[in-house]
Design a protein around this ligand. Structure first.
Ligand SMILES: Cc1cc2nc3c(=O)[nH]c(=O)nc-3n(C[C@H](O)[C@H](O)[C@H](O)COP(=O)(O)O)c2cc1C
Length: 172
């Protein structure tokens, strides 16, 4: 698994017409990955299916970002955002992701679907320092208070700009 993978400075770039698609159970266990996901993640389909989606988590991503993801999608809403992911060989790739809940006929959440597109480079350049600040606050706060500290950086930024998180994402 990803434990022990050394992140490298090698970046891989999504092509304009690529879509990285994956589906998970309600608990975030991967149940489907399209060929482009397999290509970018560097894992085989066998390795991906049944794994937690944090298999491609990059250590540069703040924990508070994923808290926001889960809060949003568990509330039955769609999530948009920029994510830095890590492949099996330690290289990284930025994505613009859209995650939606999958419902049964009674509107119970039975899983999630994520479709990722090539991010705007300008947007990556703007979100990267925000994530860096969030991560620094999380590290300074220590494990127990990390998420609160990372969230505060984001909330303060949103307050300064007067935007919601989604408005911020689409303004980048
Ligand atoms: C449909 C779906 C797609 C996800 N895609 C990613 C992804 O591409 N990269 C990622 O790091 N986390 C992704 N996550 C979030 C992970 O489940 C997890 O919360 C995150 O990697 C943080 O892991 P950790 O809590 O073990 O640190 C996704 C979750 C869902 C439900």
């Amino acid at each position: 698994m990803k434990r022990g993978i050394q992140p490298t400075s090698v970046e891989r770039f999504m092509r304009e017409d690529d879509f990285i698609v994956s589906k998970t159970s309600a608990k975030g266990i991967i149940t489907y990955g399209n060929p482009i996901f397999i290509e970018f993640s560097g894992y085989s389909e066998d390795e991906l299916l049944g794994s937690q989606h944090n298999i491609v988590r990059h250590p540069d991503m703040p924990r508070a970002a994923f808290k926001l993801v889960w809060e949003t999608i568990e509330a039955g809403k769609e999530f948009f955002g920029y994510v830095k992911n890590m492949a099996k060989d330690g290289s990284f790739y930025w994505v613009f992701t859209h995650i939606t809940p999958d419902f049964d006929s009674r509107r119970n959440i039975v899983g999630y679907t994520s479709v990722r597109r090539c991010p705007k480079r300008e947007a990556v350049g703007k979100i990267e320092p925000v994530y860096r600040q969030m991560l620094a606050a999380e590290r300074a706060a220590g494990p127990r208070d990390a998420i609160a500290a990372g969230t505060k950086v984001l909330v303060d930024l949103l307050q300064q700009t007067g935007m919601s998180y989604e408005e911020l994402v689409f303004s980048l």
